[in-house]
Design a protein around this ligand. Structure first.
Ligand code: 3SK
Length: 522
């Protein structure tokens, strides 16, 4: 276990420590606009903390960060933490209704938003009663209707004494989706950032000061935050931030330009990079010759994708699994010990158990429900006692994943115990997609399940029963896809729509999704 002093502020450990250790001129971040040294980062973090305090925001109050991956993200995240204020990074791909929920539920005092995302929060800003300040990051000249973050940072001192938090103080939150209900916030502690850095990044990846890390998974994910903020800052390394959407072209360009040594992605991205043939397809020479390790999480990495990447790039992808509740990866393959098609073995410092339906540990070869004893487990969900009790059981967390382990100790993912889907590394609730479909005039009822694409990656598939007077057609199929995209975050739309006369149901009328799942493999 890692010992923390009783007075501990995560921002001091991740930023100010490097000044005391002589790293002020090393580069902490590079983004689309330039580089930020550790010295400059420390000063900007102080300005961010001072700017929030100057607005009257108090330690323990929350702020929401709706930010693209630029240096403003670490500056605001760490500045808030240093001032004892609790930042909540939120997914930039969501809908106005999602942001309204998060701003109201969290009672955030301030919102810091990247200028291109401002239209998504217009209505939410007007409706959130506790929200007093909106600061816009990287706003162009002219009237934007809100205050500029840059002006606030420029107006305050670059010195700040850290708020005297403890390792057990709530440091930051992350919202996460469940199969039903609105997203809930997992509350993480100051100690959790360094716990994940020491156990996974230093212990498994062996991250070092001379590493350059690029995570295509964004900082607003718990996964991306660890990869591109906590882990490099834990050792004085450099992170590359890319504001734009990760596509094979943008990722390849960034790899080529910055020559990272560690690259983190999700299976969908690795598969699409391998499939992309523009510019002659991805090769080690075209990407980064410096690469020493790649990391995948978010959903299980198909075996053939890992093998093809190793063949093409000469480096392994270390597949692992983490959750927002546990902050980062707790089961992982290791350098020199990769078994593609599995999530590897427990990360030292985390304990794993697989329980059968009787609540007893299952032997090797038998399926069980995954529980993790984790030093980085959230202390609960904000304002959600029932859900917290169902997930956090003393030091153990029930993840909801189904796994099997073999006699050599490798764990293989089998699916979820609820109906949740991971699509491109992000949770999708089938119920939410079904409710969106049900709002269409032509739809009587719908059921959504996971269906694997050509790369054996899961995407939503909808089975739809039409109302009388409506006929199945390709045009209607496309219209339904567009309809869902207009109602929900677009990544949630069903990639396939199958029209059926009725849905399989229990005697009490509950949809039998397992029958629809079996149908696809029949
Ligand atoms: O989805 C995952 O596998 C994951 C990995 C690391 C951190 C957070 C998450 C959700």
């Amino acid at each position: 276990t890692i010992e923390f002093p009783r007075q501990y502020n995560a921002a001091v450990d991740l930023v100010d420590r490097h000044l005391a250790e002589g790293r002020q001129d090393r580069i902490a971040f590079r983004d689309d606009r330039g580089a930020l040294s550790y010295g400059e980062l420390a000063r900007q973090v102080n300005r961010a903390g001072n700017a929030l305090l100057a607005l009257g925001i108090e330690p323990e109050q929350r702020i929401v960060l709706l930010l693209q991956d630029t240096t403003d993200f670490p500056v605001m995240f760490l500045g808030a933490i240093k001032a004892g204020i609790v930042p909540i990074p939120v997914n930039t791909l969501l809908t106005p209704a999602d942001y309204e929920h998060m701003l109201i539920d969290s009672r955030a005092r301030a919102l810091v938003v990247s200028e291109p995302l401002l239209p998504k929060v217009d209505t939410a800003i007007a409706r959130a009663p506790c929200l007093h300040h909106v600061l816009v990051s990287r706003a162009p000249e002219g009237n934007i209707g809100h205050e500029r973050l840059e002006a606030h940072l420029a107006a305050v001192s670059d010195e700040l004494e850290a708020f005297p938090t403890t390792p057990d103080d709530v440091g930051f939150w992350f919202y996460t989706s469940g199969s039903t209900g609105a997203p809930k916030a997992a509350m993480h502690l100051h100690a959790h950032l360094m716990q994940t850095a020491k156990l996974y990044a230093q212990g498994v990846l062996g991250i070092r000061e001379d590493d350059v890390v690029f995570s295509a998974a964004k900082l607003f994910f718990a996964y991306g935050l660890g990869n591109a903020l906590t882990f490099p800052l834990s050792v004085g390394a450099t992170a590359i931030l890319m504001a734009e959407r990760p596509t094979p072209a943008s990722v390849l360009r960034t790899l080529r330009e910055h020559q990272p040594t560690i690259f983190c992605g999700v299976p969908t991205l690795f598969a699409s990079m391998l499939a992309d043939t523009t510019q002659g397809g991805i090769t080690r020479e075209a990407a980064s010759r410096a690469l020493r390790v790649c990391v995948s999480a978010g959903e299980a990495l198909p075996k053939h994708v890992g093998e093809a990447w190793r063949e093409r790039m000469g480096t392994d992808i270390l597949d692992g699994i983490g959750t927002t509740e546990l902050l980062h990866i707790f089961l992982s393959n290791r350098p020199g010990d990769v078994r593609y098609g599995t999530s590897g073995k427990p990360v030292p410092g985390y304990e794993i158990k697989l329980l059968g339906d009787d609540g007893q540990p299952v032997p090797a070869g038998e399926e069980g429900s995954l529980w993790v004893k984790a030093p980085s487990a959230a202390m609960g969900y904000w304002n959600q006692r029932e859900l917290s009790l169902a997930t956090f059981h003393g030091p153990w967390t029930r993840t909801g994943d189904r796994y099997v382990h073999d006699a050599e100790g490798y764990f293989t993912y089998l699916g979820r115990s609820d109906d949740m889907l991971k699509v491109g590394g992000i949770w999708v609730s089938p119920f939410e997609v079904e409710s969106a479909l049900a709002q269409h005039d032509a739809v009587l009822e719908a059921a959504v399940v996971g269906h694997t694409d050509g790369d054996r990656l899961v995407k939503p598939k909808a089975y739809v029963v039409l109302r009388e007077g409506h006929l199945a057609s390709e045009a209607l199929e496309n219209a339904l896809k567009d309809f869902v995209k207009s109602k929900l975050a677009p990544y949630k739309y069903p990639r396939w729509v199958e029209f059926v006369p009725d849905l399989p149901k229990t005697a009490t009328g509950k949809i039998q999704r397992f029958r629809l799942r079996a149908k696809r493999s029949a």
